[in-house]
Ligand binder design. Structure first.
Ligand SMILES: NC(=O)c1ccc[n+]([C@@H]2O[C@H](COP(=O)([O-])OP(=O)(O)OC[C@H]3O[C@@H](n4cnc5c(N)ncnc54)[C@H](O)[C@@H]3O)[C@@H](O)[C@H]2O)c1
Length: 337
């Protein structure tokens, strides 16, 4: 793996985000030449917290600007692109969907057009879709399968489904671009600065001794996958796409742990890790009858297809992943909050 990445010219959109920062860290350690698109100079991120910004080529610009993207691709001779930039906050998407459509939909077709118009150099394009793109399926249809119809209904979910379909159209016989789409379960780990997401929100409240209240009644079922496992899979997919484009071009890959947990059990595990089970019991009484809307009941994934193609399976169980995550937040939270 290491030899392959040495000196490869990589573009990461969303490098200043949670997954982008973790991916960038690994690529730097493998000797890749990483360029990142950043929208603004927000330094409360993993990229700056771990001083990765000094080791990459950062270009400020908006994902929706096709000309900026074209210039980056040309000037940096990009060979592999990971498209991770997105408006990911579900609450923002619900209150003001416009920005979410602009970033997630316009942003994706702007990037795909920039690539199409100068496709000579690009050998692999990995597009981050999401399990949310599938929308609502009953419990007996879980885990989601890659050939399920995308039935997203809520704004963030729809924006990811649109980006997903747009990206796939560029892999079709019409344009033949080397594109792969990933639909991963919820991801957690060091550096996630979206404090409206369950795990960062819960950890912040514990570390800062603040009140915590989950969005729903804790009965939704979710699958959480550790970010190092995701980074490993992204690298495997991109490498395979680069080396054997005809084998995986246009493929969609799910990945999860196949170990779904109720949200209340995730919260309980976090509180237990901190020896705060009594506090959890009091909290549970406050949220167990809460009513919610805009939330799906069941979402989880397996890793059958990625195992078949890449022999990949998640290595980190939730207990060890959450311990590493808590340790990182304890040390670094002031750098991202
Ligand atoms: N975190 C998860 O649980 C999860 C699960 C499945 C899929 N995904 C997908 O993975 C990708 C990365 O997620 P993340 O958790 O790292 O999100 P994040 O919010 O931490 O990172 C997204 C980055 O995109 C940037 N961005 C947003 N709008 C932009 C614009 N117009 N121009 C340029 N940059 C812009 C943001 O500044 C941010 O740095 C997203 O596409 C997300 O939908 C995430």
């Amino acid at each position: 793996m290491k030899n392959f990445w040495n000196n490869k010219k990589i573009l990461i959109t969303g490098i200043n985000g949670f997954i982008g920062g973790n991916l960038c860290k690994k690529l730097i350690s493998y000797g890749a030449s990483v360029t990142g698109l950043i929208r603004n100079k927000n330094q409360k991120t993993l990229l700056f917290a771990e001083k990765l910004d000094k080791k990459v080529n950062l270009i400020q610009g908006n994902l929706e600007n096709k000309n900026t993207l074209k210039r980056i691709l040309l000037e940096q001779n990009i060979e592999i692109c990971f498209h991770l930039a997105a408006q990911v906050e579900v609450g923002i998407a619900e209150k003001d969907p416009f920005v979410t459509w602009e970033t997630n939909v316009r942003g994706t077709y702007s990037l795909m057009e920039a690539i199409r118009e100068q496709r000579k150099k690009i050998k692999a394009i990995v597009i981050a879709s999401s399990d949310k793109a599938y929308g609502d399926y009953p419990k007996n249809k879980m885990p989601y399968k890659e050939d399920y119809e995308l039935k997203a209904k809520f704004p963030y979910d729809v924006s990811k489904a649109c980006a997903d379909m747009i990206a796939r159209s560029y892999a079709s016989e019409l344009y033949n671009l080397p594109v792969v789409i990933t639909r991963f379960a919820n991801i957690y780990g060091p550096g996630q600065a979206n404090f409206s997401a369950l795990i960062p929100d819960c950890l912040k409240s514990i570390i800062k001794k603040q009140k915590f209240m989950p969005r729903g009644n804790g009965n939704s079922v979710r699958d959480f996958i550790y970010v190092d496992d995701v980074v490993e899979l992204y690298l495997l997919i991109a490498k395979n796409l680069f080396v054997f484009p005809n084998r995986i071009k246009g493929e969609v890959f799910n990945a999860g742990t196949l170990r779904p947990l109720k949200v209340k059990d995730i919260i309980k595990k976090i509180f237990a890790n901190e020896n705060k089970l009594n506090q959890f019991k009091k909290l549970e009484k406050l949220f167990k009858n809460k009513k919610t809307s805009g939330e799906l009941n069941y979402q989880y994934m397996d890793y059958k297809k990625v195992y078949k193609f890449f022999k990949w399976r998640p290595k980190t169980d939730f207990n060890s992943g959450i311990s590493k995550t808590i340790a990182w937040y304890r040390k670094n939270i002031s750098k991202i909050l």
